[in-house]
Design a protein around this ligand. Structure first.
Ligand code: NAD
Length: 283
């Protein structure tokens, strides 16, 4: 049968979906830090999604995504038993897992799920894992329990103060660094402005920092160039050279500017899509 069957689907928070997909070949070669490119239907866009978990024995991979545009809305509308048109992967270089002593994992919003396999791998490699997770409010703090299970310490922030430290997760990290916290490595994932801010903070304290980048991506094979980023003033493709880079080397301003290049078109397409859904429901 064509396609990849959805075998589990769960809403983790409003607009955030966790989906398990039958994809045995991907599951058996997946490593922490890698991602897949998903097509919900034949004419659907290709969406890069980080591998959050997988089981080679049972043949599934786990994806977590936020419904923010037409493609992720379409994906979120699919249910158990339906089949994704295509799943390509695993793509990208795995995270360099080594012994650093203490590793600080810094993650924001829906990307907290993407940090989970990395935190687990650093823990399994014998590091002390101190996780910093932040979201706009407590309802959006996904994967809190799973991160807690594999971390030695978890520090929580919310923008509105509904749980933990009131403010950005990068401010929480900075506070700990000021207090004398000295990790051997910081590994960060989340919105690009958050990763830029994390990079600025860790540079000040001289703590090596690896960031998992999230540019617009199309082919995932290093051919189209959509995911190009400037690293130490040289062009790199996130799909084949990344997705992780030394955070201090990333041209964050250019990445942030490129991420918003199609914002108008994206919101227009979403408006049309949501209106067409309403019309269909109203019929
Ligand atoms: P969000 O805007 O709700 O922000 C989450 C948290 O990040 C905030 O609570 C705050 O603590 C911090 N933050 C946000 N803006 C900041 C700033 N300017 N300075 C410092 N800290 C800031 O996040 P969201 O809407 O859930 O989006 C998550 C992002 O993660 C998306 O941009 C997505 O593309 C990215 N992502 C990346 C990967 C990856 O593998 N690289 C995987 C999944 C998601």
């Amino acid at each position: 049968m064509v396609g990849f069957e959805i075998i589990n689907r769960k809403n983790l928070a409003e607009g955030i979906v966790e989906m398990d997909v039958h994809a045995p070949r991907v599951a058996c070669s997946a490593r922490p830090g890698q991602f897949v490119i998903v097509m919900a239907c034949e004419e659907c866009e290709r969406i890069p999604l980080t591998l959050v978990d997988w089981s080679c024995r049972e043949g599934w991979i786990r994806l977590v995504f936020q419904e923010v545009g037409v493609s992720t809305y379409k994906l979120g509308m699919m249910d158990v038993g339906e089949r994704l048109y295509h799943v390509a992967g695993p793509i990208g270089n795995p995270t360099h897992i080594d012994k650093f002593g203490t590793v600080a994992i810094v993650a924001g919003g829906v990307a907290i799920a993407a940090a989970y396999p990395i935190a687990r791998a650093f823990k399994e490699a014998g590091n002390i894992v101190v996780s910093f997770i932040g979201a706009r409010n407590s309802r959006l703090l996904i994967y809190r329990d799973r991160i807690a299970k594999i971390s030695d310490e978890v520090h929580i922030s919310t923008d509105d103060g509904s749980e933990g430290f009131k403010g950005f997760v990068t401010q929480l990290l900075e506070k700990r660094l000021v207090d004398g916290f000295k990790p051997g490595l910081v590994w960060v994932v989340g919105p690009a402005p958050m990763m830029r801010s994390c990079s600025t903070v860790t540079k000040r304290f001289g703590v090596k920092t690896i960031a998992s980048l999230n540019p617009i991506m199309v082919c995932g094979m290093g051919m189209c160039g959509a995911c190009r980023v400037r690293i130490k003033n040289e062009i790199r493709f996130t799909c084949v050279d990344g997705p992780e880079f030394d955070a201090w080397d990333v041209d964050w301003d250019e990445l942030i500017q490129r991420l918003s290049a199609y914002r108008e078109e994206e919101s227009y397409a979403l408006k049309l899509f949501l209106e067409s859904r309403k019309t269909k429901v109203g019929r």
